[in-house]
Design a protein around this ligand. Structure first.
Ligand SMILES: *Cc1c(COP(=O)(O)O)cnc(C)c1O
Length: 244
């Protein structure tokens, strides 16, 4: 949110978080969603540790980061602030195959897996004393040629292969549709992702356990995502302000 206020960033974050939580609550009422099934992932990429600490102190638990080196530094710094509750870290950026180890070691969730190669590396490199890494498969839902993500028609095959991997647990699907300003246009790809999830469940049935998550919706389209079944909203700007 573009705020030209004289408040300190911590006060901004408090007001912003309240607004976002209220927006989620109202959208849940409007579209008949159970608010307990819609979780807020605060996307803190490029934002300083002080802002993350403020959000944690305000009860925010889940944080999403895109840039690995920056994220690892922040995770370490937050860990050293003994007074803060422990947040849960989600990796939501592009994954290079030579960078999978620190992701497997330092994150609880990964939203951007789109190949067997990456999934297998994450599984192999997940430390054995940790629970399986929760992963979501990123789907190129509106088939944009340059966009990352698995193609919908290749999803089932990828899922069958990934289900065999012991170090990860397949939890659902994620998408970043092309930005659209109209509500109905925003809804269409989110509906498509939800339908695809149901299709996967129908096809793979009992092989799937805990495959119940849809990561979709950002600052500009969170209401449409809630309308279509989002369980993770990935919100950056509305909480932490514009990024440079
Ligand atoms: C940056 C980012 C977000 C947050 O976007 P906002 O528009 O700032 O809410 C969500 N998801 C992904 C994958 C991102 O890279």
């Amino acid at each position: 949110m573009n705020q030209k206020s004289t408040q300190s960033p911590a006060e901004d974050i408090q007001a912003n978080l309240q607004n976002v939580r209220l927006g989620i609550k109202l959208a849940c009422e409007k579209f008949g969603r159970d608010p307990d099934h819609v979780a807020l992932l605060a996307v803190s990429k490029t934002k300083p540790v002080s802002m993350i600490a403020s959000a944690i102190a305000l009860g925010q638990i889940h944080f999403g980061e895109n840039y690995l080196q920056d994220a690892l530094t922040k995770i370490e710094e937050i860990k050293n602030q003994a007074k803060l509750p422990k947040p849960i870290w989600h990796y939501i950026g592009a994954i290079q195959s030579n960078k999978t180890r620190p992701i497997a070691e330092h994150f609880d969730w990964v939203h951007t897996v789109s190949s067997h190669k990456i999934a297998k590396r994450l599984s192999d490199q997940r430390p054995s004393h940790m629970p399986p890494l929760n992963i979501l498969l990123q789907v190129n839902i509106d088939a944009e040629p340059t966009k990352s993500g698995v193609k919908p028609e290749q999803l089932l095959e990828l899922m069958r292969a990934i289900l065999q991997l012991p170090g990860i647990q397949l939890r659902g699907l994620m998408a970043i549709p092309a930005p659209a300003s109209e509500f109905e246009l925003q809804r269409a790809p989110f509906k498509a992702l939800g339908d695809l999830k149901q299709h996967c469940i129908a096809k793979l049935g009992s092989e799937l356990q805990g495959f119940d998550q849809l990561s979709m919706g950002m600052t500009g389209d969170l209401e449409a995502a809630i309308a279509e079944g989002a369980t993770w909203l990935r919100i950056g700007t509305a909480i932490f302000g514009e990024r440079n």
